[in-house]
Design a protein around this ligand. Sequence first.
Ligand code: NAP
Ligand code: MG
Length: 462
Amino acid sequence: MKAHDALYIDGAWRPAAGHDTIEVVNPADEQVVGRVPAGTVEDVDAAVRAARAALPAWAATPPAGRAALIGALRDVLVARKDEIAETVTAELGSPLPLSQAVHAGVPVMVAGSYAELAATYAFEEKVGNSTVHHEPVGVVGAITPWNYPLHQIVAKVAPALAAGCTVVLKPAEDTPLTAQLFAEAVAEAGIPAGVFNLVTGLGPVAGQALAEHAGVDLVSFTGSTAVGRKIGAIAGAAVKRVALELGGKSANVILPGADLARAVGVGVANVMTNSGQTCSAWTRMLVHTSRYEEAVELAAAAAAKYADRIGPVVNAKQQRRVLGYIEKGVAEGARLVAGGPEAPRAQGYYVAPTVFADVTPEMTVAQEEIFGPVLTIIRYEDEDDALRIANGTVYGLAGAVWAADDAEAVAFARSLDTGQVDINGGRFNPLAPFGGYKQSGVGRELGAHGLSEYLQTKSLQF
Ligand code: NAP
Ligand code: MG
């Protein structure tokens, strides 16, 4: 992997207007692995102009033509999957098998799904005496986080391109090398100049300039609720479309009849994977009082097995933040049964897989998104209590319900204020809409619902 000392604008790698750079650090060994330009307002402006210029021709390209190019992009992602996995490992620190299976593998699935959807989606429908055309919204400003660097990019760019939109991407400052690889893949796939543009840079500079740019019709943001609020305000003031994929504090609800060992095992894996840096992670495990101690023992044992298996968190700041939350949990009276607030290694930004028992719903560790390998286990007395606790945060992104059978789990899941629920260990579905209730966001990603975010309707009456 080689860092480009340039931005990808209008189909070419071009020097940035300024000279500032961003150092990319490997969080596993704290070594600098590359440097990329820190783009500025001028660079964002050049990229948005290129995207605008490319819009009419791309929007007019028949869906089958767009589908073929997204399919070609998918094929490049397949051909370069090892390089992608190594790059994600170098800048995010995730263990290589996780990078291969998830960080490189899932974007292939998602790009493939949009190659197919672009070819099959009903971009035109009849409603009574009207023909309704689903037209691209226009130029998309995409702002992405570092936790699933390529997935977050593909989950925006693939549907935007399928819809006929053009894109300017501002990726997270911690993981710009994966974004550069993606830009190389776009070029290799033969996607026309200006359809996709990349400006690496800092959030408050390049990200903010992109959200504010008058030439951007839709801002699609994934990241923290704090920044999402600002993006929403900027978009609202300019009356432009906005999609926000924000934080979560999801509940893993284990009803009394569930297979406890499986529910706890899958639940712990869900939280520890990617060192807890998953917005949809089930960081609150809710267990009936009759099986509480058994669940705590199972969870502590399961978490201990992750001690040598998880990677570091993304950077030193995130490590301090997560360790600070663990200290807060101890101070508020939660019982540590695995891990703790000491950094487990002298080098690298590691956090020990941590489990808190005797967590009450109002504790900070049960309310705020920690974004690290920290699981909280909360006791409930009956189903009403479980529901109150599960719905008792400002978030509503995901969750899980385990019960004696699917019907019982579904009945409970229907009362959850959340956008996605896994029933008795249901598998990830790249076509299912993903997104939040409440402060977890606005809009949906993935599948046909994700595609429709990038479309607007025009009705013709006859
Ligand atoms: P973040 O600070 O909100 O950053 C996300 C993106 O926004 C980055 O590209 C960032 O640039 C940019 N940004 C920061 N300040 C900005 C501003 N004032 N204007 C425009 N853009 C700005 O989030 P993070 O700390 O990197 O990521 C962790 C958070 O993201 C967690 O809260 C997590 O839940 C959330 N997340 C949610 C989802 C989801 O799908 N719902 C997925 C992943 C992560 P820099 O990199 O330069 O800061
Ligand atoms: Mg940030």
